[in-house]
Design a protein. Structure first.
Length: 317
């Protein structure tokens, strides 16, 4: 689950905090663990309000027994030093100390793009009973009115808006996991056709080499106005950077669309290596990084690390 929030808007931050609380209650095995988890959430969001001066991105990953909350901001940064204040009567300064003692793990590091990335494993366990995820809050509908020309909206703005709004509508109806599943399926199908076009153009019949995979990725992204480029292409890993998102600024409203890139790259890689492919979205324009950085790992056993997106070649493919 991902949220995009203006840290200068206290009501927006409060609503995100409340939505996370509702989500935790919906999935927690023991409601008695919720107060400690909410304390961690409140402190991390409050920290972003104090240190950031604009937008922040909040991500909650609950792929294992306990959820991990990460807050990305674009503020000046700070040193994560969870200790009690020297003055025992000080009104502030105890928040990170409490979080460090309540959370299973607390980490923080400066982002290369500026700002901080602070993560904590929340002290609450997931129930084995199935439940539904809540929909994310909706942003204003696209396309923006200032994109209209004398004859209305141009095709590019309309199609971009259509993709973003469809993703948000699916998420509202079925939850974040449904939206990500839909985006992943579309990415896999489209990626297969793009690989077939690349093979036909280059006259390639066998398995694609890492260098050819990298060229294929760059080719298909350039075709939709992305600015991807190759950083590394070895037998073990392909690393690409990107200076411009094909969805433009609209991707900030729907960071789940990054799954499209992951699914396209991962699906093509899985069809051309011996093991499952693993994709890590290390940096994302969608959450405030100046560029994207995507790593595609090849020919190695895959572990479920909670960070990678895993892809397997279709049976018989």
């Amino acid at each position: 689950m991902d949220w995009y929030v203006d840290t200068t808007n206290r009501e927006a931050v409060t609503e995100v905090r409340a939505e996370i609380g509702r989500y935790l209650r919906r999935h927690a095995a023991d409601l008695g663990q919720i107060p400690d988890a909410e304390l961690v959430v409140a402190e991390l969001l409050g920290n972003a309000m104090r240190h950031a001066s604009g937008h922040a991105w909040v991500s909650l990953l609950w792929s294992g027994k306990r959820p991990s909350l990460t807050v990305y901001d674009l503020g000046p940064g700070f040193v994560l030093d969870p200790h009690l204040p020297d003055d025992p009567y000080a009104a502030n300064g105890r928040g990170l100390y409490l979080v460090d003692h309540v959370a299973d793990r607390l980490t923080g590091e400066a982002r290369r793009a500026g700002g901080m990335e602070v993560s904590a494993v929340l002290p609450v366990e997931r129930s084995d009973e199935a439940s539904f995820d809540p929909p994310r809050r909706r942003e204003n509908a696209l396309p923006d009115l200032d994109e209209a020309g004398p004859d209305g909206f141009p095709k590019e703005a309309f199609l971009r808006a259509l993709v973003v709004q469809l993703a948000q509508t699916v998420e509202s109806a079925g939850g974040p996991s449904a939206a990500e599943a839909a985006v992943a399926q579309v990415g896999a199908d489209v990626g297969g056709q793009m690989e077939a076009e690349y093979r036909a153009t280059r006259g390639i019949a066998g398995r694609l080499t890492p260098q050819q995979l990298a060229e294929c990725y760059v080719r298909l992204k350039h075709a939709i106005d992305g600015e991807f480029y190759v950083i590394e292409a070895s037998e073990d890993c392909i690393v690409l950077g990107n200076r411009r998102c094909p969805f433009g600024d609209a991707v900030h409203r729907a960071p789940a669309l990054c799954r499209m890139t992951s699914s396209v790259f991962g699906g093509i890689a899985a069809r051309n290596c011996d093991h499952e492919a693993r994709v890590v979205l290390e940096e994302r324009i969608a959450i405030g990084d100046p560029q994207c950085r995507v790593s595609v790992y090849l020919d190695r056993p895959v572990v479920d690390d909670g960070v990678s997106h895993r892809y397997q070649a279709p049976r018989g493919g």
